[in-house]
Design a binder for this molecule. Structure first.
Ligand code: SAH
Ligand code: SF4
Ligand code: F3S
Length: 480
């Protein structure tokens, strides 16, 4: 089957342009007035990819709806990171099949497409196990969606596309985007070469690839023109970014820091963030940018995973507790008010109570503004799945609860430290209560204020008066 997949990608690559255009026209004629529902699981990269899939399909006539029941095309953009995330896909396909059958009785057709990391990892199995699925498309092939849909409609030709052609994907995606609101994701790097022993990402997203500078800047300018004020640069290892661009400081290869400094000069872009970073790629130029570029927001998500050097080694993380703390100290020196966040895995094979205690100690030493913590999930095909010393799930559960309680305390303390402060908030939408608008602080906290909807899409100064568990409450500062 692998051979067939390779053969298929050749086939798509060598098609003459008019054949591809023909397929697109057929999809277009077929799609006029049709509805599209996209369900997104997993990380921000998937959120970005879902938006780009909608961008690819919009010119074909697909209008996005917010329920799957009667949609003509349903895309599940899936995540493979933990077992639970993967299981969800099959149960969701079951639910969709029921809707698909009801539609078929009425003479309508629902096309079900599986995208994302489960598609990449288990595409052939999905096609075999779930006949209701019409097509499977991996993260590097979204630009081929129109052609795959046309093939599914003709019920002929291969409907599984999981080849890795990152370059082609980024070049082939349309530059026209329809951002929702003033804050947008922009993917600059994809894939990972780090091979942490627990992680599927190097297998589902492929090798590290950096987009070229010009296409990123063009996309950022387009977003700014459409009212975007805050851009979050995305990559599985975003700080390993090394894209090609015009010559700068004697080289054509740009670092993330150079990209950030350049994007900060685009009119309208008032805030820049990036995620997710690896501790080993936290270069001095990026750290310096945190102190020098006002548009670069004081928030850094730098996952450490564990506070035990023994476990870090078994995870193949290539950094130690000491080197991680040293990096954080430099970052804090450059930008003293920076909010730090991390990811943690508890119950990695071989983790003892002492190893876990070392993680708790690291958390106490750092003082995080927030963090994500997960129970280790055994992923078939990864080295850790075969490791000796798999931890009892109940022990892991208990550790997870203790860690999460500590992180929650730190998050509350961080939020409380903002009471009485005045800073700019970027308003992104309406709040839950009447007359309330919702925005984001420089440190990525949600901020609620009573204020006019006209402020949505803009930055405005706010004085913080209270905290809730997960957000801040403030009042608009009216400048005289
Ligand atoms: N590229 C990012 C994160 C990728 S996945 C990075 O390196 O930081 C997001 C998080 O999921 C990881 O940081 C890790 O904490 C968690 N994760 C990945 N694989 C996992 C597994 N097998 N079990 C539990 N958590 C996992
Ligand atoms: Fe996964 Fe490690 Fe790569 Fe992050 S750095 S995506 S955890 S392999
Ligand atoms: Fe999940 Fe793939 Fe993202 S596995 S976390 S959707 S890169």
């Amino acid at each position: 089957m692998h051979e067939e997949a390779a053969h298929l990608s050749q086939d798509v690559l060598t098609r003459s342009p008019d054949v591809v255009a023909g397929a697109t026209d057929a999809a277009q004629a077929d799609a006029a007035g049709k509805t599209l529902f996209i369900q997104t699981y997993g990380c921000q990269m998937n959120v970005y990819d879902s938006e780009r899939m909608a961008d690819v399909l919009r010119p074909l006539g697909y209008r996005q709806v917010d329920r799957p029941d009667t949609a003509n095309l349903v895309v599940l953009n899936t995540c493979h990171i933990r077992e639970k995330a993967t299981e969800k896909v099959y149960s969701e396909i079951g639910r969709l099949k029921a809707h698909k059958d009801v539609m078929a009785q009425k003479g309508d057709h629902m096309t079900i497409a599986i995208a994302g990391c489960v598609a990449q990892a288990e595409g052939e199995e999905i096609m075999r196990r779930a006949p209701a699925v019409d097509l499977v498309v991996g993260p590097q092939a979204y630009h081929k969606l129109p052609e795959l849909i046309a093939r599914a409609a003709r019920a002929s030709g291969e409907r599984l596309e999981t080849s890795f052609e990152a370059v082609e994907k980024f070049d082939a995606l349309p530059t026209a985007r329809a951002p929702e609101g003033p804050s947008a994701f922009l993917s600059v790097q994809e894939g990972c070469d780090k091979f942490c022993t627990f992680c599927v990402v190097p297998y589902t997203r492929g090798a590290e690839y950096s987009r070229n500078v010009d296409s990123i800047i063009a996309e950022a300018r387009g977003l700014a023109r459409q009212g975007v004020r805050e851009i979050t640069l995305l990559g599985q290892n975003v700080n390993a970014y090394h894209g090609q661009g015009p010559q700068l400081e004697g080289s054509n290869t740009w670092s993330l820091a150079q990209l950030v400094r350049h994007l900060a000069k685009i009119g309208g872009i008032e805030r820049i963030r990036y995620t997710t970073s690896h501790p080993c790629d936290m270069g001095d130029d990026l750290i310096a940018a945190h102190g020098e570029v006002p548009e670069l927001m004081p928030y850094l998500h730098l996952p450490v995973q564990s506070g035990s050097n023994k476990i870090l080694k078994a995870m193949n993380r290539k950094h130690s507790v000491e080197s991680y703390l040293e990096t954080l100290a430099k970052v804090r020196q450059a930008r003293p008010d920076i909010a730090l966040a991390s990811d943690f895995i508890v119950g990695f094979p071989g983790e003892t109570e002492q190893d876990f205690e070392d993680t708790m100690e690291l958390v106490r030493a750092v003082g995080y503004a927030g963090a994500f913590s997960f129970k280790y999930s055994r992923r078939p095909g990864t080295p850790a799945a075969e490791m000796y010393g798999q931890v009892d799930p109940e022990v892991a559960d208990d550790r997870l609860q203790r860690l999460q309680a500590l992180i929650l305390d730190q998050q509350r303390a961080f939020n409380t430290s903002k009471v009485g402060q005045t800073f700019d908030v970027l308003f992104t939408g309406k709040g839950r209560n009447e007359g309330q608008i919702l925005g984001r602080s420089p440190w990525l906290q949600s901020v609620h204020v009573q204020g006019p909807e006209a402020l949505i899409g803009q930055l405005h100064r706010v004085r913080i008066i209270a905290t809730a568990s997960n957000s801040l409450t403030g009042e608009l500062v009216i400048s005289s």
